[in-house]
Design a protein around this ligand. Structure first.
Ligand code: CUA
Length: 189
């Protein structure tokens, strides 16, 4: 049964009004998203979100901070504990890292080939290592013992076999072993 012409007209007008309302709402949402993209794009281009330190991955093994003899844990003249490491397919260098417990430890690391990363056991020591950039962070280990340090960025067919170990030892034992300027690791020689 056909509806009366009046009813059809008013429901058509109702539908057109609803469509217009939704078109305006969707238009506002799209305009807001585009404005956010433009704002964050310009903002981040003007001021990058974090400190950026670059390094040439082709020459870092030849000279500078990340040569082999400078990798591992060291205690600076100011008493600061620094761990330097390099990641490459499919290992970390050094393979075993020794750090003191209850002491701030600064990690400085980079990658030579592709993007790697690591996490130390269940601690908050967790970082990405990107070729061309030096990643750094400072953390304190509270629990002594050995932690596994797997690579956690897929870096190729050997990814799942890429890991190192971290030995957390009491701070006094660590300082007893540490000698000024010497690099420490727990890699068996
Ligand atoms: Cu290195 Cu995954």
């Amino acid at each position: 049964m056909a509806s009366t012409p009046g009813t059809a007209d008013s429901s058509h007008a109702l539908a057109a009004a609803a469509e217009r309302r939704w078109a305006i709402i969707v238009g506002i949402i799209i305009a807001a998203l585009v404005a956010m993209m433009v704002f964050t794009g310009l903002q981040w281009a003007a001021m990058p979100p974090s400190r950026v330190e670059t390094i040439d991955p082709r020459t870092l093994h030849i000279s500078g901070e990340f040569v082999e003899s400078n990798l591992g844990t060291s205690v600076g003249a100011d008493g600061k504990v620094i761990v330097r490491l390099v990641a490459q397919q499919y290992s970390f260098q050094p393979q075993c890292i020794v750090v003191p417990a209850e002491t701030p430890v600064t990690f400085r690391g980079t990658a030579t080939d592709v993007v790697h990363g690591f996490v130390v056991g269940r601690t908050n020591a967790n970082v990405m290592l990107i070729p061309g950039f030096v990643a750094t962070f400072t953390t304190t280990f509270h629990k002594t013992g050995e932690e596994l340090m797997p690579c956690h960025e897929y870096c190729g067919t050997g990814h799942e076999a890429m890991w190192a170990r971290v030995q957390v030892i009491p701070a006094n034992e660590f300082l007893g072993k540490a000698r000024q300027g010497e690099r420490m690791s727990c890699v068996s020689r």
